[in-house]
Design a protein around this ligand. Structure first.
Ligand code: FAD
Ligand code: DLZ
Ligand code: SF4
Length: 548
């Protein structure tokens, strides 16, 4: 009676449900590096390196505990290069009589897993992924037949059930559930955010980076600045670094953006959370403890906990509730191709260039860059959701469909017609100017709505409003911009719409009409220098043994 226990690349967690009840004398644990998972989208090189390195470290830690490992390396000639193929191969090699795994993060992998029983002739048990704080069934029950699924109400339920930041059963700390209104300050010039702790690649990571450069040379991004935690111990250190140095100001500057500041006061824990190196409840409890001991204010701690306990769990619930139809939604009938500048970062738009270039170099951009710069541009320009989703899945070290898709399809593009957000997050250049210093160094003029040098976000914004005026006529939250649009001189609207079309057509043809700009920032010397190396720390030598 040998049980084959399968662990996927984003399941590097000692407390994983697939490991529960493991008998080291008889069971075998399979982890398989496969080409299919590295290429179903052409992930950023740093994401592949992170996942493969985390897998190798985790497998090493399990093996050190006396567990029999079946580990498929990507460059093993016998590797079938698919999960199903490696499961069948390991089941045969070890004479397995059943297979146990944990529910995967993506719908396509669940479909694949559901075929393993037939492919191997063995019973397959798919256990719940208990690393999430709200199960898929519980979310489904909460959603019930509600017309609107608002994150805020779900979040309050989660606060009540976990007791996080609660003084009594229905009494949130500080008397308020949500301090979002205190999370919107722009970064003052005299504040310099501390650099986050990064981890110099150890021998395992270096070997994996070389493998990635060899096997996936054409994938997006660079590996030069790889500094992600690849073990649970490092992920804990990264969290501690955030709690100590950045959490106190996370709340105030959560929505801010600044030139040369890729990370500001953000946590940079998404990649570790999503591949299983960091437990979400541990992260929330660490933040709460910082509040209780007076180290960080409530607007920061509540803001951070809301992101993890609220948004992260909510988008995961929504994903499994709405898939597979969700990925095909296109409520705004957006069909444009994604412009090449999303890959090259070559554009006179300083805000877009900053977000895209740091994404290439770090596999990271923070939430407001993703939502209000690259996401907002895709929304206003009418980029086809499938094209935008593909980019976001490729671009980030923390990208997995369960979290990427609702954020892009629902939050950024409004393609789900308002399931996730009651109004589109559409904004003109004024918003970016208020929340950042990008406009000061831009080739375009944020104050100009149209004509030579006008900020593209301005005419794209009004073009978007005009395009969808009828659709949003009954949406109370869109009443204000639609009233402003109605009062505008129709010839001005027509001019902006024509400029929007000309600009987008030119982008689609691969040429930004820089003649429209005041000057070309793309050609300024030094513009394309990679971001300065983030401070690195030596990697610890050993990972701790997993909890049993
Ligand atoms: P912080 O700002 O420090 O927040 C802490 C943590 O809260 C994050 O690590 C994350 O786990 C969680 N969180 C915050 N916002 C969200 C959110 N909207 N949804 C889910 N969790 C959230 N997040 C991903 O993990 N993977 C993605 O592929 C992804 N794609 C996104 C695409 C778009 C268009 C947008 C608008 C957001 C996306 N997000 C995604 C959410 C968010 O931008 C990232 O989680 C965050 O930027 C990660 O950086 P951080 O760890 O420094 O986060
Ligand atoms: C992201 C990823 C990559 C790049 N490679 C592997 C791999 O080789 N083997 C594996 O088991 N998992 C990998 N993953 C993570 C999976 O893609 C992830 O488990 C699914 O997307 C489900 O979330
Ligand atoms: Fe972005 Fe417009 Fe500001 Fe330039 S002027 S940085 S394009 S918002």
């Amino acid at each position: 009676m040998t049980t084959l226990r399968v662990i996927l690349g984003d399941q590097c967690s000692a407390g994983l449900s697939a490991l529960e009840g493991l008998d080291p004398a008889r069971d075998v644990v399979l982890m398989a590096e496969v080409r299919a998972e590295c290429t179903y989208v052409r992930h950023h090189k740093q994401k592949i390196a992170l996942v493969l390195s985390a897998m190798r470290h985790f497998a090493g830690a399990l093996g050190a505990c006396g567990i029999t490992m079946a580990y498929s390396r990507l460059d093993d000639p016998a590797n079938t290069q698919t999960l199903a193929g490696e499961v069948a191969r390991a089941a045969r090699a070890h004479g397995a009589t059943r297979i146990i795994c944990t529910h995967p993060g993506e719908f396509r992998v669940l479909e694949d897993m559901q075929g393993w029983a037939e492919a191997t002739g063995l019973p397959v048990e798919i256990r719940d992924d208990a690393r999430f704080l709200c199960s898929i069934d519980r979310f489904r029950a909460w959603a019930g037949d509600k017309k609107q699924l608002r994150m805020e109400y779900f979040y309050r339920e989660m606060r009540r059930s976990t007791g996080l930041l609660m003084e009594a059963p229905d009494q949130p700390a500080g008397g308020q559930w949500n301090y979002d209104a205190e999370n919107r300050a722009a970064l003052p010039a005299n504040i310099s955010p501390p650099r986050p702790r990064r981890f110099a690649p150890d021998a395992v990571t270096q070997e994996v980076i070389a493998l990635v450069e060899r096997e996936f040379p054409d994938h997006f991004g660079t590996t030069v600045q790889f500094g992600w935690p690849v073990t649970a111990e490092q992920a804990g250190q990264a969290l501690e670094d955030f709690i100590t140095h950045r959490l106190p100001r996370f709340g105030d500057y959560q929505d801010a953006m600044a030139t040369g500041q890729a990370t500001l006061f953000h946590a940079l824990v998404g990649a570790a959370l999503n591949c299983g190196l960091l437990d979400p409840l541990v992260a929330c409890r660490a933040a709460e403890a910082a509040y209780r001991r007076g180290h960080a204010p409530l607007n920061a701690v509540e803001g951070f906990i809301r992101q993890i306990l609220g948004w992260r769990e909510y988008v995961r619930g929504l994903y499994w509730l709405k898939m597979p139809a969700y990925r095909d939604t296109n409520a705004l009938e957006a069909h444009r191709r994604l412009p090449g500048l999303y890959w090259s970062g070559e554009t006179g738009m300083a805000c877009m260039a900053a977000a895209i270039r740091q994404t290439r170099d770090l596999a990271y951009a923070h939430h407001i860059q993703r939502l209000m710069v690259t996401g907002n541009f895709a929304l206003l320009a009418g980029i086809a959701p499938a094209e935008a989703n593909d980019w976001y899945m490729v671009a980030y070290a923390d990208a997995y469909e369960w979290v990427e898709l609702p954020n892009v399809q629902g939050m950024a593009l409004h393609a789900d017609g308002g399931v996730m957000a009651s109004k589109p997050y559409a904004a003109s250049g004024a918003y970016i100017n208020r929340m950042s210093d990008y406009c000061r160094g831009c080739a375009y003029d944020v104050k100009r709505p149209t004509g030579e040098g006008a900020c593209p976000f301005n005419y794209l914004y009004w073009d978007f409003m005009a395009r969808h005026a009828t659709r949003f006529a009954k949406n109370m939250r869109m009443a204000m911009p639609l009233r402003t649009l109605a009062k505008m001189d129709p010839s001005k609207v027509a001019t902006m719409r024509a400029q929007a079309k000309a600009f987008l057509d030119a982008l689609e043809a691969g040429e930004e009409p820089v003649a429209m700009a005041r000057r070309t920032s793309t050609s300024r010397p030094g513009r394309d220098k990679p971001l300065p190396l983030l401070a690195t720390t030596p990697a610890p030598r050993r990972t701790p043994p997993p909890r049993q």
